[in-house]
Write a protein that binds this ligand. Structure first.
Ligand SMILES: NC(=O)c1ccc[n+]([C@@H]2O[C@H](COP(=O)([O-])OP(=O)(O)OC[C@H]3O[C@@H](n4cnc5c(N)ncnc54)[C@H](OP(=O)(O)O)[C@@H]3O)[C@@H](O)[C@H]2O)c1
Length: 282
């Protein structure tokens, strides 16, 4: 297994098993440099979004990397997302065009609805999600994205899309030890929807947990590596973010060990310590 080991999505597109996250890297130079560092260190999968305001710099890093690399565009996997203010058919189509102008690539590998419309904000949330999804399906059929999916969708949001002509290929949700979202993961994995983990390191919050520190010492790895390996062994694609090259390298060095079933259970059974505070229904 390596960073380029791929998992087949429900439409046949293959997604690399770890992605490089780019949230909160708003500074253009930093977004460019860290994405380029990730690609130069073997990552072939990058996650961005219109909301991150860095699509242009991520796209530039991809193009510059490809101009000197033996790899081709099809060897990379690039994701972006439509932000929640752009929900609905027309707005989503327009948001996609803006994303493509910004990122400057011929196509995306994956395009996601960043957050669902929810009953907390929209009485007609199911229909709003369906009409956003209708635009996503149209974009998919145009061939300019290889797969479409959602993010932060819980089971009830997903249910509104499950009768569609195209079923979401991916649900990108927050997952870290202590916040496992079992119900959504179970629903996705039993319906052929691949789960990606955002904030796999709990934005750093997970890194000082004694259970994980003990396992890190046992396996001779870092806590970050234990968590990312735990995701992979759960068939979940983690998207670690770092602006530091040594951490970018560290987060990719997760293929030379295996966590035992017993230790996987120990992590699964960790006391919940809370999520980032954002629930799609709040
Ligand atoms: N769909 C969504 O709604 C959503 C929401 C949030 C995130 N995401 C995606 O998921 C990606 C990851 O989530 P995230 O950025 O929130 O959090 P994360 O990857 O869990 O954690 C990133 C934080 O951990 C630090 N870090 C990274 N590797 C480390 C290591 N080996 N040792 C110690 N510290 C380390 C980083 O610091 P430095 O950068 O300073 O190294 C940063 O502060 C995002 O970048 C984005 O692509 C999606």
């Amino acid at each position: 297994m390596s960073l380029d080991t791929r998992i087949k999505l429900n439409n046949g597109t293959a997604i690399p098993c770890v992605g490089f996250g780019t949230y909160k890297i708003k500074d253009g130079n930093e977004a460019y440099a860290s994405t380029k560092a990730a690609l130069e260190n073997g990552y072939v999968h990058v996650d961005t979004a219109a909301f991150y305001e860095n699509e242009k710099y991520v796209g530039n890093a991809v193009k510059d990397f490809l101009s000197v690399s033996d790899l081709k565009r099809e060897d990379l996997f690039i994701t972006s997302k439509v932000w929640k203010t752009e929900a609905g058919y027309e707005k989503t189509l327009k948001a996609f065009e803006r994303t493509m102008d910004e990122i400057g690539l011929d196509y995306l590998d994956l395009y996601l609805i960043h957050w669902p419309s929810s009953y907390a904000f929209d009485d007609d949330w199911e229909n709003t999600n369906r009409s956003t999804w209708k635009a996503m399906m149209e974009i998919y059929k145009s061939g300019r994205v290889k797969a479409i999916g959602v993010s932060n969708f819980l089971t009830h949001h997903l249910n509104a899309l499950m009768e569609s002509e195209v079923i979401p290929a991916v649900d990108q949700i927050e997952i870290n030890p202590g916040f496992m979202q079992e119900e959504t993961v179970k629903f996705c994995q039993s319906n052929g929807i691949l789960v990606e983990a955002w904030s796999p390191l709990g934005r750093g919050k997970s890194l000082a947990h004694p259970v994980l520190e003990e396992l890190a010492a046992k396996y001779g790895k870092t806590v970050a590596q234990i968590i990312l390996r735990w995701d992979i062994q759960h068939d979940i694609v983690p998207l670690p973010k770092s602006v530091h090259e040594e951490r970018i390298i560290e987060n990719a060095d997760v293929f030379d060990f295996e966590i035992s079933d017993e230790d996987m259970n120990k992590i699964d059974d960790m006391e919940p310590y809370g999520n980032s505070g954002h629930s799609p229904d709040e």
